[in-house]
Structures are given as C-alpha cells and as structure tokens.
Design a protein around this ligand. Structure first.
Ligand SMILES: *Cc1c(COP(=O)(O)O)cnc(C)c1O
Length: 216
C-alpha cells in the first residue's frame, strides 16, 4: 500500500472520530527493510520513522540524517540498559520505557548529556508473560516514579496480544493515560490503526502496510 493511501486512511479515521485533521502522527516502521525501500519513502517527503532495535537504527539513520533534513526517529522496541546512551543520542523519542531500572538510567544519562528524547511508558495491557511493559496495575506508580525523576513522559504505548480484540487494549491504555494526565497514545499498527485512532491514538506505528513484508 502506498504512503499516500495510509495517509488518506488516517485522515478518514480522524474525521470519523471527530478528531482534528493531522492530530495523528504516522510513524513509518522501517525495521528490517532494505535501505532503498526506506529511502523511497524519505524521497516522498515522509520524515517520521520507527525502529525496534538500537543496533539497526544506528546502522541506518546517521547516514539518512546526512542526506535528509528533519528526520524524526522513534525507538519502539525493548531497550537494554547498556543501549540507553546510544538510543538517547540517536532518537527523538523512545516508546519502550518499561521498568524502574531503565527509568533511572534514562534520568542519570539525561543529566549527563543535557537532553532527553520524548518518552512513552510501555504498558503490557494483555499481561502477557513474554511481552515487555509495565503491568496495568503498576502503571500509575511507575508513571509517578518517572515524573519524580524529571523524565519527559509524553504518553503511553501498547502492543495488544495477537489473538485478542485490540480495541479493548486501546481503550484500557487510553483510560490509564487519561487518569494520569498524559496526552500521548502510541497504539495501532498495520492491521488495526483505524481502531486505535477511533480510541484516541496520537501516534500510530505502521510498518508492513507501508513497506510491504520485511526483508530479513
Ligand atoms: C514492527 C512493529 C510495528 C509495526 O508492525 P506492522 O504490523 O508491520 O505495522 C509496530 N510497533 C512495534 C513495537 C513493532 O515492533
């Protein structure tokens, strides 16, 4: 599907939900895509991208930043503590803040580096054992802890279980965000971004619907 088609589907979903045009940011998830595929999307003028691995982002994006102005790079995957500095130097936003140790490392490095990317707290809405994210019942306390560390928490992120109705998870994430006074909602992927927009998504993370199947 073309980038243009995704933009028009987002616009329709915004309108259907009575939301302002342009209120949803499209993060084009470029993980595991060939450089020329990503470059083609950059050449169409798109600037906001998501990567789930710091290593891969580090190999790809410094070069693209030299060629294209205004790139807005989001790290959306699990973040190991020893990759935090590199992630903070590379990215404009991190969507996977999911544990106290990571929050503490981010806070310490933010002091040292003098800046911090926008942060999203990942919530494991499905309470899945294998999935990253803070449990829903621990989210309020964890958000408070991040704020006490002066971290720039802009919103929440979730990845619903594959075999469940995603709308339930999007609604739960929106509820947790609202009661914590957070505006950002990073939710919705290729298969369900319109549902996410109906439930308040401010950032949708769309990969395969834009780029096609991942290359490796
Ligand atoms: C890969 C990935 C996406 C994009 O998934 P698609 O189904 O290809 O749109 C979104 N969010 C995260 C965290 C991902 O890892």
């Amino acid at each position: 599907m073309s980038l243009q088609e995704i933009h028009s589907r987002i616009a329709k979903a915004e309108q259907a939900a009575d939301r302002a045009e342009g209120s949803v940011k499209l993060i084009a998830v470029s993980k595991k895509q060939l450089d020329e595929t990503v470059k083609a999307v950059l050449e169409q003028g798109h600037r906001c991208f998501g990567e789930n691995r710091v290593q891969e982002a580090a190999g790809k994006w410094p070069g693209f930043r030299e060629q294209f102005e205004g790139i807005d790079l989001h790290i959306i995957g699990p973040l190991q503590t020893n990759k935090v500095r590199q992630a903070m130097e590379l990215a404009d936003a991190i969507h996977s803040v999911d544990r106290p140790k990571l929050a503490q490392t981010l806070a310490r490095l933010a002091q040292e580096i003098g800046h911090c990317p926008d942060l999203f707290v990942q919530v494991n809405t499905g309470e899945e054992e294998q999935k990253a994210g803070i449990l829903p019942g621990e989210a309020d306390a964890f958000i408070a802890e991040c704020r006490a560390l002066d971290l720039p928490v802009k919103g929440l992120m979730c990845i619903p279980p594959v075999d469940e109705e995603p709308a339930l998870h999007f609604a739960l994430l929106a509820k947790i965000a609202a009661r914590n006074g957070l505006e950002g909602l990073s939710m919705g992927m290729s298969g369900d971004f319109e549902k996410a927009i109906a439930l308040g998504a401010t950032h949708v993370r769309v990969g395969s619907a834009i780029f096609g199947a991942r290359a490796y």
